[in-house]
Design a protein around this ligand. Sequence first.
Ligand code: H79
Length: 598
Amino acid sequence: MTKKDMLMDNAEAEAREKAKEKAVVDEAHENRIAWWREARFGMFIHWGLYSIPAGIWKGEAKGSSYGEQIQLHAKIPIKEYELLAKEFNPVKFDAEEWVKIAKDTGMKYIVITAKHHDGFAMYDSKVSDFNIVKATPFGRDPMKELEEACKKEGIKLCFYYSHSMDWHHPDSQGNILDFPGNIGAWDPPESWIHDEDKRTRYERYLEEKAYPQVKELLTQYGPVGTIWFDCGHKLTDEQGFKFINLVHGTQPGCLVNRRVRREPLGDYGNTGDNQVAVRPPRRDWESLATLNDSWGYKKNDHNWKSVEDVLKNLIDVASMNGNFLLNVGPTGEGEIDPVSLGLLDGIGKWMRRNSESIYDSSASPIGIPPWGRCTANRNINKLYLHVFEWPSSGELIVPGLRNKVKTVYLVADPDKKPMKHVRLDEQDVLISVPEKPDEIFPVIVVEYEGVIDANPMMRLAAKDYNNVFRAFDGVIHGSTLRYDVGKKGKDGVLDWTNPEDWISWDFRVSDPGEYRLEMNYGAIPEAEGNTYCVTVGDASIKAEVNNTGNQYKFETYPIGTVNIPSAGVYTISVKPDTIKGGALMYLRSVVLKAADCI
Ligand code: H79
């Protein structure tokens, strides 16, 4: 303490010490996360004993969509599950090949399951014999091989470790088939914290297996990028902090994800599994997605996404300053299946031409434009316009960019052939684009002068595009109305039972005139006849809710035309009038269409 500190009263001195400590912690975090922010795109790999049954147990397809959780969902006793280890001989596994595939896809890091909920260590563990080296005919340590391959190719290696659950350890949680006295798969911490037997045995699992195995992962494979924990809601804060301190204490450069325990712990946040709609998070965050519906290889899951779906998701995430972790589930023989390979190849082709717009990118300073997404870069004066829908008029408006524009060209064009651009008004720039290039989503670079000066507020499009006000981008006012989980088809607002609750969006108008209003929602039969009011400036339209069958069956209903008399800033709001039955509706979006748009 300095002399001045000693003269201060204690509270003030303490606050200063705390601030200093926080600065040290923040600096350590900034150092750790730098590579990760640059990387933006990683490969998740779910690989383990479950890759052998691949979703089918004794000839039967098993309920859960998650192949990696077959032990729980097919109620397989440990003694039977252990037999899989005797069969596990993935001789086709080639670490270099996997790492090259990740690299060719444009990914900069790999997160692989070192241990999933089944408790099987996919590496050489001294802590438990239930591991790939001791218990399988394969006898090799794939993590060691991956470490070497990653080093060679400049890819960061990270480990997924299921810390809160272990269906093999007798004192852990989640497996009450073999251990009926244990904490069940659905039991929250409050239900066992005061249960002396359950708590002390669970602590024993952590002490005997989880902490020591995390330590092994941090001491046997060189520098680790992240320890990727899962299901931290099953721990106490104290236990969560022990994992965090263990990781940072052993490798100060190794990141920890939020799922170690809860928000706001860890170095970065995560979305839910396969959550596509998100409210832009304030801190570093990562979205994680599968190529079909399972993380572990699943033979009969043919619900594949397309290259377009995945790229849209990656770009959307980057436009909100997030990382994208895309999963593959290799087979029990150690190969990545041909469909996944085909998808990765398509993604890699796009990345090779356009990845400048992804790496080291930061959030869009101009919000969400009607034609797609925008990413920026922290260090250079460039915006990247990801055009999902090419404008049929040949005119692309960059909304909200006040800076002087230097030059505009396609990122994939080695000649940087300039596109014509003119300033429309103080805020908006118009680019005359050529024919749509032969590219899934072409990316246009806008080089501008000076420090970015932009307006993220939505600008109403008067041609080429519909103006979609997505529920997830709206501001909720009230007590019960809330955003859904954001997974596919669950990107609306629900629990609209309080007639005082409403939702609104602000936007900007440069082209006054008539706009048609459409509502996209789902509603249960009881909601039929509920009434609501949509207001835009001074205009408002009353409408009745239609029954769509159920809340997740969405229909679009035109409800009228509003006149927007002059340029300026407006608010559009949806407010209930009467809620007679159930919730008002499950609102997904409100659309404003210029009169000449179809
Ligand atoms: O590894 C993948 C999933 O297996 C894992 N996260 C991704 C990355 C995951 N674990 N749990 N969950 C996803 C969601 C919860 C699933 C549940 Fe359960 C199934 C809740 C109850 C049964 C998991 C298994 C939690 C308890 C048992």
